[in-house]
Design a protein. Structure first.
Length: 266
């Protein structure tokens, strides 16, 4: 049976569980492993990634190695590698002589991200749908329900990551999934900021459960059509939200296009 490739959130949680469950190893050996620069850099990159996605560190902000080392309680050496890791995820831009900066999302960036996301996800869907079992779809539905009920944006992102792992993780196309993960990271960054601001009043868009319902029909054309419509609806709403000058003029103030929800629209 083909091993499923994990989304970043699932990889991080598995790593955390593994660290907690390690037994029968000397404390010195564990200490050396924790202090390894590569390991430290990877963990700092995860913390920095989360801070950027959650908007704690804002777009355009300059990332000082000294400040980051103080923030995360480590030396500057792993900070440099962590910045390169996050740069590879598209969240940071490193400029010679001027330093590292958090990348900013413009309207053009959002359109670009959504279009690339849809294109890559469509390829993954064509490969995944014939392989999905009844158990896979049952797990996907459970994750979709949990994600729609989850009020915490970070936990919701983890559940959506688990959902993507369930649907696409078994296709065996590592490079395709790596590209999709990178785009999803930028996608999640905007989704987090947007839905954190609109926790009780969100756009009436299709959600993960609707997607699973379509997947159960085993009709690839219908699934691709739904996916295209879903991503376009999200993209158009986000672009409209970004170009509004105030909340009063944004779609969030229009009761005809909004409803109270528990977080369906990711």
């Amino acid at each position: 049976m083909m091993k499923r490739l994990l989304w970043p959130q699932a990889i991080r949680r598995r790593s955390e569980r593994h660290d907690k469950e390690m037994t029968g190893t000397s404390e010195n050996k564990r200490s050396r492993r924790r202090d390894d620069p590569a390991t430290v850099a990877t963990r700092v990159a995860e913390l920095l990634r989360d801070d950027i996605i959650q908007g704690i560190i804002c777009g355009g902000e300059r990332l000082s190695e000294v400040a980051l080392a103080k923030r995360y309680g480590i030396s500057r050496i792993p900070i440099r590698e962590a910045l390169r890791i996050v740069e590879g995820q598209g969240l940071v831009e490193i400029h010679p002589f001027t330093g590292a900066f958090v990348s900013e999302l413009s309207v053009d960036d959002v359109v670009d991200i959504f279009e690339i996301h849809e294109a890559l996800e469509s390829i993954a869907l064509r490969l995944a749908l014939p392989q999905l079992t009844s158990d896979d779809l049952r797990s996907a539905e459970q994750l979709a329900r949990k994600s729609e009920r989850e009020p915490d944006p970070r936990r919701r992102a983890e559940l959506v990551g688990d959902l993507y792992t369930t649907i696409y993780g078994g296709i065996g196309r590592r490079h395709l999934l790596d590209l999709l993960r990178r785009v999803t990271t930028n996608h999640s960054r905007y989704l987090y900021a947007f839905f954190s601001a609109l926790r009780t009043d969100q756009p009436d868009l299709p959600g993960p459960r609707d997607y699973v319902v379509v997947l159960r029909k085993r009709d690839i054309d219908a699934a691709l059509k739904f996916l295209k419509k879903w991503r376009k609806a999200q993209r158009d709403y986000f672009v409209q939200h970004m170009t509004c000058g105030s909340k009063n003029s944004s779609p969030a103030s229009n009761p005809q296009t909004h409803r109270k929800t528990s977080g369906k629209d990711i």
